[in-house]
Structures are given as C-alpha cells and as structure tokens.
Design a protein around this ligand. Structure first.
Ligand SMILES: [Mn+2]
Length: 424
C-alpha cells in the first residue's frame, strides 16, 4: 500500500483550523520557536525490523493479519510510518531474520521510501537451523573456543551485511550468563567475552561504532555477562574509542535511575544511544511512554543538556532506535504511538528553561528546580510536533489518518490474514 501526498494534504486541510489555534497557543511561549521546530524536523527514530509483526510471549502469539512476509514488505511498512510522521526514516536490521537477498534492490527500495539503514543487530541468543554448534550455554563467553569462534564469525558477517547496506554501527546484545550459582566463573566469562568482542571490534570498518547493550536478567536468571551499564562500560572502555554503551530502557532493575546513567555515560563520551520502550516490571517491551512518560522526559532532559554541553548534534550523534514488541496492538499503530511519545519527550526537554534551572541548582532552590522541569513537562507540545510533521510533509495526526485510510485492512487485502513476520 502506498500513501498518497494528496491523502495527507486532505487530512491536514481538514484539521488546519483547529491545528492553527492549538499551535499558536503553545508557540507563543516557546523561546526560539524556529530552532525548536527544526530540531523536531531533523530528529529521526529507527524502527527495528523485528517489530513490524505481532509480538508474542512464550505462552502464545496472536497475529493480527497483514503482517510483512519479508524484508521488502517490512521496509514498505516503515515507509508507511515515515510517510505519516516523517520521523521514522531509518530501519535497524536484525540478522539473520532479515538478510537482504538482493542488496541493490533493498537499498533502492529503502531509498524510495526515504529510509536509511541504522545499526545492524547480531543474534547469538538462539540457534539457527543451519548452525552447527549450540548457544545453549552462551556465545562469546562460552567455555568452548569453537563456539566462541562461531559467534565471532557471525558478528563479522553481520558487519559485512551492514557495510553493503550503508549502516555504520553494530549492536551486540548477548544473552550470555548463567542460571544458577556456581555455573559460571564470572571473571573468566568476562575475559572470554572481552577477547571475543576484541576480535569483532578489530573487524569494524574505520567509521563504524560498536554498541554494547546490557540487560539485568533474562534469559539467564542468576547472572548476565553484560548485566548492567557498569559492565558494558568496562567492555566499551577496554575495547577502545569505537565502542559505546547502549541503553535499552527495559533492561534495568526496577526503579533504576536511568537518567543519571545516561548523563554520566554521555559525559564520558561512551553513550551509544537508545533502544526505546517502556516497562512496568522488567523487560516488558511496552509502547514507549505508555507507563512512565515522566521518566522518558527526564532522560531526554539529560540528553539535551548533556549533548548541548558537548556540542553534539541531537539528530545524528547518537543512535535512536525503538526496541519493543506488541502482543495486543496493531504493530504499526503501536510504532506511531512510540515515535510520538519520543518526540513529545524530546520537545518537552527542548523547552526546559536551562538558565532558570541552573540558577535554581546553584542556589539550592529545590522547589524552583522542580517547577522549571515540570513546567516544561506539563506543556502540551503535541501541536509543535504536528507542525514539524506538517512542515516535512507528514500528517498532522498520523494515527488518525492511519485509521481513516484503513491501512491495516488494505494490508490484509494485499498480504492475507494469516501472514507472520519474522521477529520476536
Ligand atoms: Mn534492546
């Protein structure tokens, strides 16, 4: 299905009057409106290739129909999202679930939709049918050198696919760890993992980055070999300047102060970027901003403050990706909501009065500091985001237009009711 410019124009026209009223109201209080809008226009969030189908749990999966059957259809789906919100101009590919069959055709198709290739992701957390050795007891940490070799070779192959596509980074998430006390020598597991990562690091092209993602628990329930930001930071520091720590919002223990982690990693120039999602209990992979939007705002506040302190480009100097799955929602609707939540948090962070905040901090005026932050957080910035979208050719209300045009019904007509996408 292709979304026409005319459909978007008609939708925007029908909402023009209401939008103008709402936009004018909020715009009046925004300092340097033009710059804020431009930052919102520039900001792009990569969509993971594994999130375009219905997600499942180990108990079951309930596909909703019309799911993309191959990489081409996944790129088309992201094209739809991007046409609607103009903020989803990248895809993060998972190998081996989404290996391009014809590189040139894949690149051309993506370019047609204005989609770039963000970080490529390796997978040593499950065994593939054609794989000779098992990752049951880990991959890069494994006691058996032959298994480590296989996992290293896979990561190097992923880099090669990424080079062909024009990606610039490799994300390594390891399920490695142990389920029971005594199963693993922590120190030796760390050393083996480091040595394996060093071999992968050595295969990175000069302008590439390696993102080392951490996770507190699951699938291993006693220890994870890259279990928190400290461990990831250790690997990234020992590996060298091209290695960074990737923060996945769902990969922390409950109540972790993620914004503080982000602030310090950024200060040390070791923050790779994000896997956005939200959670109530653990790695729930829920829609971004659905549970704790204030935390998301506080994270963006640290990002904006920290990136500005280092003179970084908000749009391009860190990796922005969604990593979520949707068990009961239409995946495309969920992704529209997720991108919107990210844009809202970013816009609110751009509105923080940094001068007032600094003055309050220097004066130990705790009440004022809270007021400054919450004034920004409680501003309804949705018309600003809608305006930025309109200026880039997107829809004022992407989700509404998605439903009006009955996009899912069209996709079911094209692809069938029983299609299943590869992914989580
Ligand atoms: Mn992740």
């Amino acid at each position: 299905m292709k979304l026409t410019k005319q459909a978007i124009a008609e939708h925007n026209e029908s909402l023009a009057k209401t939008h103008k009223k709402q936009f004018d109201y909020v715009a009046e209080s925004v300092h340097d409106l033009k710059a804020v809008l431009q930052k919102l226009v520039d900001f792009q969030v990569a969509i993971p290739s594994w999130a375009l189908g219905s997600g499942g749990t180990r108990f079951g999966r309930f596909p909703g129909g019309g799911e993309p059957r191959n990489l081409e259809e996944k790129i088309e789906d992201i094209g739809l999202l991007h046409a609607l919100n103009q903020s989803s101009g990248a895809v993060s590919l998972h190998i081996p679930w989404d290996i391009p069959k014809d590189i040139n055709a894949t690149r051309t198709l993506a370019a047609m939709h204005g989609i770039k290739f963000d970080a490529v992701n390796s997978n040593t957390f499950q065994d593939q049918p054609d794989q000779s050795l098992s990752y049951k007891f880990g991959s890069l940490q494994h006691v058996d050198k032959a298994i480590r070799r296989q996992a290293i070779a896979h990561n190097i192959e992923v880099i090669k696919h990424g080079v062909d596509l024009g990606s610039k980074s490799l994300t390594v998430w390891l399920a490695d760890g142990s389920c029971f006390p005594g199963q693993l020598n922590f120190r030796k597991a760390f050393q083996r993992t480091l040595e394996s990562l060093q071999e992968i690091y050595a295969a990175l092209p000069g302008d590439w980055k390696m993102f080392v993602e951490y996770k507190a628990f699951e699938p291993n329930f006693y220890s994870m070999t890259v279990g928190d930001w400290g461990q990831s930071y250790l690997y990234a520091s020992k590996l060298g300047p091209k290695a960074y720590t990737l923060v996945d919002l769902g990969h922390h223990l409950p109540n972790a102060n993620i914004e503080q982690i982000v602030s310090l990693l950024l200060m040390e120039d070791k923050l790779a970027g994000f896997h956005f999602n939200d959670s109530k209990y653990g790695d729930d992979d829920l829609t971004v901003g659905s549970i704790n939007p204030y935390q998301l705002f506080l994270i963006f506040n640290e990002l904006v403050e920290g990136m500005d302190a280092r003179g970084m480009n908000h749009a391009t100097d860190l990796g922005w990706m969604i990593d979520a799955s949707h068990n009961v929602k239409d995946p495309l609707e969920d992704l529209l909501q997720s991108v919107e939540a990210i844009m809202i948090a970013y816009a609110q962070a751009l509105l923080v009065n940094t001068k007032e905040l600094k003055a309050a901090q220097d004066a130990n005026d705790v009440v004022k500091a809270q007021e400054v932050l919450q004034t920004a957080y409680r501003t309804d910035v949705r018309p600003l985001i809608a305006e930025a979208r309109k200026q880039s050719g997107g829809a004022l209300l992407p989700l509404q237009l998605f439903r009006t045009l009955k996009v899912r019904d069209e996709l079911i007509k094209e692809r069938g009711k029983k299609t299943v996408a590869t992914g989580l």
